[in-house]
Design a protein around this ligand. Structure first.
Ligand code: UDP
Ligand code: MG
Length: 325
């Protein structure tokens, strides 16, 4: 196999604090990989600006103008990490043999890209970077992440434990990924569904180079909820089961009340009445909310709105230019 053309896709949202450093480190690393003959000289770094409001796009443009293997893709507005990443992957699909996606803060160890490529050369279509330890993450992030992955697995989604979005995808896998047209995107759940030969490469997760996490609690919760409800109908089944159990309890409670009435020992129970009203009310609201979540998702999917709009891109142009040189 001749050297593959690699595109490293980096989604960026308000990353001005970290971007210069990231570009430098990735550029040095890509140059090394090219010199080692692991990837083709046409390989690129593609920075996707996910509607940033700071200088992120200016920095990308500056580098794109001066460094031949740096390209930029600007999305018209902020669409979130997953959709921004997908935009980059789809942009890279036509001109790359494989892609590696990585976050802009370089928390993921770039030196393991070499192992990704070796696995690719062995015939793997998907290579997952897996965090061997999360010591650098905060206690809160670590525990919520453990619960989230465990819960997702129990709900039937086949996610790779401790894998975020640091992964290599072959052209074949990208082609397959582009057939998934869902709007509620959860790549960590979709990629294992593609099938193909895959491998896992462990690495140590580092701290953010600079800047703050772009995943505040609100976004994290919404991401987790989307992940779960996009991949499993088990929660809705659980609600049905809960409803069934509550009905059963109500029957027992009803029987007990009738018995009490016959024995005539109590005033009709205010406590049990209130309890059942609250319990049933709560369960019903929960059920309606959950059903609403699924209906909302179906509504979104039915509209088939575009997942992102591209405002500017230098990727295809750069690839074509190199073709002529
Ligand atoms: N990101 C993005 N759009 C968003 C939020 C985040 O493209 O709306 C990017 C961000 O720039 C980074 C990656 O997604 O490259 C992961 O975000 P972050 O590192 O803040 O998440 P954390 O590691 O804290 O979970
Ligand atoms: Mg990060």
């Amino acid at each position: 196999m001749s050297e593959p053309i690699l595109t490293v896709v980096v989604p960026c949202f308000n990353e001005e604090d970290v971007l210069q450093d990231t570009m430098l480190q990735l550029s040095i690393h890509l140059t090394k990989l090219i010199h080692e003959g692991l990837v083709h000289p046409k390989s690129k770094l593609l920075f996707v600006d996910d509607g940033s409001t700071d200088r992120t796009w200016d920095i990308i443009q500056e580098h794109s103008a001066s460094v031949p293997f740096v390209a930029g893709l600007k999305l018209a507005r902020n669409v979130g990490h997953q959709s921004a990443l997908l935009a980059g992957l789809l942009e890279a699909k036509a001109c790359s043999d494989c892609t590696i996606s990585i976050d802009a803060d370089l928390q993921d160890d770039i030196s393991v890209m070499r192992e990704f490529l070796l696995k690719y050369k062995e015939g793997c279509d998907v290579v997952y970077g897996v965090r061997s330890s999360r010591k650098r993450d905060t206690f809160f992030k670590r525990t919520t992440a453990i619960c989230f992955y465990r819960f997702l697995r129990q709900m039937g989604a086949d996610v790779v434990h401790n894998h975020a979005d640091y992964r290599l995808l072959s052209r074949r896998a990208l082609q397959a990924l582009s057939c998934y047209e869902e709007r509620n995107l959860f790549l960590r759940g979709i990629i294992p569904l593609l099938g193909f030969r895959s491998a896992i490469v462990p690495y140590e997760r580092k701290e953010r180079l600079a800047g703050e996490s772009k995943y505040p609690l609100r976004k994290m919760l919404s991401f987790a909820f989307d992940g779960i409800t996009s991949f499993s109908v088990t929660p809705i089944r659980l609600v049905t089961l809960l409803g069934f159990c509550i009905c059963l309890c109500s029957l027992l409670l009803g029987g007990y009340s009738v018995l009490q009435q016959f024995i005539g020992s109590t005033v009709p129970g205010w406590t049990s009445l209130m309890l059942s009203i609250w319990m049933l009310g709560g369960a019903q609201l929960m059920g309606i909310g959950l059903i609403g979540e699924y209906v909302g998702k179906m509504y979104k999917e039915a509209k088939r709105r575009p997942r992102f709009h591209i405002e500017a891109s230098s990727y295809a142009q750069k690839m074509e230019l190199q073709e002529w040189m």
